[in-house]
Design a protein. Structure first.
Lengths: 125, 265
C-alpha cells in the first residue's frame, strides 16, 4: 500500500489528519522500524495496526513486538506530533502554588486552579 | 504588511484557510518588505514528513514549508481552543500559519542582522551560531535564534491584529498567552532558582567559555527591562518568573484545552 492522499478523503482535512496520525498510515508507508533518539519501535507481526514493540537503548527498556503487552498498543505517528504545550514539572507546580499563596492579590478561584494542577499528572518520562 | 493583512483578512472573512498560493505570495511580500533577496533564494513546499512546520537553511538560503504539519497545526487549533467564535478561530488559524512564515523569515533576517547590525541582538546571534546546531530538545528550547524568532514573530502577529481595526473578543487574550509562552520558553524553576536560558544554551552546547563575554550583573540589574531580559533569555528574578508563569498558567487553563502537561520525573 502507498500512503493515501487528501483526495482519498474527499478533501476532508479532519479525516486526512486523523489518518496521518494513525498506525494505518505508518503501515501504508511501509516502514519496518522507526527510531527516534534512543527509542526504537517495531511493528507487531510486521503490522503497525496490530501494535508495536518499544526498546530504549539508554534506559534498557525492552518490550518485544511479539509480547502480549505490545499487541493492540495504540500508535500515534511521532513524526507528526506537533506540540506547543507548556510542560511544568511537579517542582514548578509546587512553586507556583506557594507563590500564589503568598501573593495577597491572588483571587481564591485562581489559587484553586493552580492547586488543581497538582492533582493532574501525566507521566512523560 | 498591508498587503499581507489584506490576504489574511480576505481569507478569514470568506471562512477559508490560507492556501499554498497565499503562502507563496506572503513569503514573496516578506522578502521584498525586509530586503531579504540575498537571504531567501527559494521557497519549497513539501508534503513529506518532518518534525517541523517549516525550516530555513542558511546554507541553501531556502525556506521549506511542510504542508502536512501545517494541516496538523490547524487541526490542533480546532481542538485546543475553548469558547471562541467562528470568525476569530479562522483568523487565529490564518495568523498561526502567518506566524510560522514570519518565524522562518526571521531566521533569514537573523543572518542579515548578525553580520550587518551593531547591536546586542547581532552580538547574541553571532555567538549563538558558534554552538553546534545538532538537534537536542533542551538546547533547542534555550537557543537564542529560536527564542528570538518565536518572540519577534508573535510580536508582529499581535501588531498586525491591532491594525485590523475589528473588535475581537477572545483572540487578543489568546495571542497574549501565546506570546507569554514564548517569552517563558527555556525558563524553569529548579532547586529554588530560576535558570537562565542564555547560560544554559552555551553550557549545554559545550561553549561555556562564551559566557565570559557577557556581563550578567548588567543583564540582571542594569539597563534592560523585564521584557528585554525575557526576549534575550537573560536572568529574571523568582518573583518575576512566578508572576508571569502564574498569569500564563491561569490563561492557558481558561482559554485552551490540553495545553498544560505536568511532568513526573
Amino acid at each position: 500500500m502507498t500512503r493515501k492522499t487528501l483526495a482519498d478523503f474527499n478533501y476532508d482535512y479532519q479525516a486526512y489528519a486523523d489518518y496521518l496520525e494513525s498506525a494505518e498510515c505508518m503501515q501504508d508507508d511501509g516502514i519496518d522500524i522507526y527510531a527516534e533518539g534512543n527509542d526504537i519501535y517495531t511493528p507487531t507481526d510486521g503490522d503497525w495496526r496490530k501494535g508495536h514493540g518499544h526498546r530504549n537503548t539508554r534506559t534498557g527498556y525492552d518490550r518485544d513486538a511479539s509480547s502480549e503487552r505490545s499487541r493492540n498498543r495504540s500508535w500515534e505517528n511521532k513524526w507528526l506530533k506537533y506540540s506547543e504545550e507548556l510542560d511544568l514539572t511537579q517542582e514548578e507546580v509546587m512553586f507556583l502554588e506557594t507563590f500564589c499563596e503568598y501573593d495577597e492579590n491572588i483571587q481564591t478561584a485562581e489559587l484553586r486552579v493552580i492547586k488543581s494542577l497538582s492533582k493532574k499528572s501525566r507521566i512523560k518520562k | 504588511m498591508g498587503n499581507i493583512l489584506k490576504i489574511i483578512y480576505d481569507r478569514t472573512i470568506n471562512n477559508t484557510i490560507l492556501n499554498l498560493k497565499d503562502i507563496e505570495k506572503i513569503l514573496e511580500l516578506l522578502v521584498i518588505d525586509r530586503c531579504l533577496n540575498n537571504y531567501i533564494l527559494n521557497i519549497d513546499i513539501q508534503q513529506t514528513r518532518s518534525n517541523n512546520l517549516a525550516s530555513y537553511s542558511s546554507c541553501t538560503k531556502e525556506i521549506t514549508i511542510y504542508i502536512e504539519m501545517i494541516e496538523q497545526m490547524v487541526k490542533n487549533i480546532e481542538k485546543s481552543i475553548l469558547d471562541i467564535n467562528i470568525f476569530e478561530i479562522m483568523l487565529y488559524k490564518n495568523l498561526s500559519i502567518l506566524q510560522v512564515l514570519l518565524h522562518e523569515v526571521e531566521h533569514a533576517n537573523q543572518q542579515k542582522i548578525a553580520y550587518n547590525e551593531n547591536n546586542l541582538e547581532a552580538f547574541i546571534l553571532r555567538l549563538s551560531f558558534l554552538v553546534s546546531s545538532e538537534y537536542d530538545d533542551k538546547l533547542y528550547e534555550c537557543c537564542p535564534e529560536e527564542r528570538l524568532a518565536e518572540i519577534k514573530s508573535f510580536g508582529q502577529i499581535i501588531d498586525l491584529m491591532g491594525c485590523l481595526n475589528i473588535p475581537l473578543i477572545v483572540l487578543p487574550k489568546i495571542l497574549e498567552t501565546e506570546e507569554k509562552m514564548r517569552l517563558l520558553r527555556g525558563y524553569h524553576y529548579r532547586n529554588l532558582m530560576v535558570n537562565v536560558p542564555l547560560i544554559d544554551y552555551f553550557n549545554l552546547g559545550d561553549k561555556g567559555e562564551i559566557l565570559e563575554c557577557f556581563d550578567f550583573l548588567e543583564m540582571s540589574h542594569g539597563q534592560y527591562s523585564f521584557n528585554e531580559r525575557l526576549t534575550f533569555g537573560f536572568p529574571i528574578s523568582i518573583d518575576e518568573y512566578g508572576g508571569l508563569m502564574r498569569d500564563l498558567v491561569l490563561s492557558l487553563n481558561k482559554n485552551f484545552n490540553n495545553k498544560l502537561n505536568i511532568i513526573k520525573y
